[in-house]
Design a binder for this molecule. Structure first.
Ligand SMILES: Cc1ncc(COP(=O)(O)O)c(C=O)c1O
Length: 404
């Protein structure tokens, strides 16, 4: 049957024809295909090493879980303020050191940073407005822009600039339809960051162009060589996005935050009231506990473990023949150039999984630019598993070489 997968097209199957055309433009996550195959292998008794996942392997710290349960027991189960409970907004604001500490009115608690992006794009984008995004980058952002009828404009960012935007690259890509630019630092999938002086130049450039800067700082806290400075240091006009998902180990709780420019407080409040009513109440009390000193001490210990894993995995992958031109400074990803082995990173990822049981994410999940030459390794797995994965890959690549 022709066209039966085309939402909104006349003549398609009755179940599909009423679907909005925008669904056509929303991309699936290809890594889910890898994940499904990995689960199938596990069900058949094979040992699988998961290096495809985008979440910490550590559990949520016990005091945070306890605080969430206490909130439930105490009946903290009703709607609260649309932008979050006051204590949590104040504690989040206090995480930012002076001079860039925002007033807590500028902080909104959201259902994950994914909720924050919906509020931001919903309050910024008119139909046809362009948003500049790095390619490679976190794929959902383009889909959010599309959902609000905007135009995601992927800008190729090479290793020479650490896979990140520079002020010059933004200037070159800017058109009269550009409304905003989004930067993830440290980035998913590359783990690379924008250096502080470049961020200052970017802020000045975006201001001069009359646009809005959005900075995704969800991997702040998970940086290994030096702390990455928040873009709030440079601007009170930018949107800053963060989350309890990654550093705090709370992916499934669905709680994040944004810091917004003052001018947007009323608009974002209206949108939050309508979209979410409020973020889960018990979860906000758990998040509040996550900001206390004893929990942070545990998270800092975990940060050191991630650093050790990175320091093992990057040289090991280079030794195997993957190119990692820029040392990732943060997150838990290595974006590796696999062009020495393949011209099709998706088939490569599938073949690596089938042959070795090592699951990795294909480049095509993260954009178009040189996607076929890259795969993403996540080191959200134990040192022992990373070691085993490297051994399995070494054998696989040796066999591949001797077969060719
Ligand atoms: C760069 C980046 N931004 C945002 C998100 C969404 O995170 P959450 O909605 O769990 O806060 C992710 C998740 O992987 C991510 O990698």
């Amino acid at each position: 049957m022709e066209n039966c997968d085309q939402p909104g097209k006349p003549g398609t199957s009755p179940a599909l024809k009423n679907q909005a055309t925008r669904l056509r433009d929303i991309k699936p996550f290809y890594v889910m295909e890898i994940l499904e195959r990995a689960f199938a292998l596990e069900r058949s008794g094979r040992s699988v090493i998961h290096l495809e996942v985008g979440e910490p392997d550590f559990p949520t710290p016990a005091p945070v879980v306890e605080a969430g349960m206490r909130a439930l027991r105490e009946g903290k189960t009703r709607y609260v303020q649309a932008l979050g409970i006051d204590e949590l907004r104040a504690r989040i604001a206090a995480r930012y050191p002076p001079p860039c500490r925002p007033p807590s009115e500028r902080v909104a608690v959201t259902p994950g940073s994914s909720g924050a992006f919906q509020l931001i794009f919903g309050s910024l984008i008119n139909a046809g407005d362009e948003v500049l995004l790095t390619d490679p980058g976190y794929p959902c952002n383009a889909n959010f822009v599309r959902l609000y009828e905007g135009k995601p404009k992927l800008v190729a960012c090479d290793a020479t600039a650490g896979y990140q935007f520079t002020a010059d690259a933004i200037k070159t890509a800017w058109t009269e339809r550009t409304k905003a630019v989004l930067i993830g630092t440290p980035s998913n999938p590359t783990g690379t960051s924008v250096p502080p002086d470049e961020m200052t130049r970017i802020v000045e450039t975006v201001d001069r162009l009359g646009g809005t800067l959005i900075v995704d700082e969800i991997y702040h806290g998970l940086t290994y060589d030096s702390d990455v400075r928040t873009a709030l240091y440079d601007s009170d006009r930018a949107f800053i996005v963060n989350s309890f998902s990654k550093y705090f180990g709370m992916t499934g709780w669905r709680v994040g935050w944004l810091v917004m420019p003052s001018a947007f407080i009323d608009g974002i409040t209206k949108l939050a009231q309508n979209l979410f009513i409020s973020t889960s109440t018990p979860v906000q009390f758990a998040a509040l506990r996550a900001l206390e000193e004893d929990v942070i001490a545990e998270l800092e210990r975990r940060r050191n473990v991630f650093r050790q894993r990175r320091d093992f995995l990057v040289p090991a992958l280079r030794e195997l023949g993957f190119k990692v031109p820029v040392m990732p400074q943060g997150a838990f990803y290595v974006y590796a150039d696999c062009s020495a082995f393949t011209g099709d990173s998706y088939s490569f990822a599938l073949d690596v999984l089938a042959s070795t049981g090592v699951a990795i994410a294909p480049g095509k999940d993260f954009g178009r630019h040189r996607q076929h030459e890259h795969v993403r390794f996540s080191y959200a797995n134990t040192q022992d598993m990373l070691q085993q994965a490297v051994e399995r890959l070494a054998e696989y690549l040796r066999d591949k070489q001797s077969a060719s």
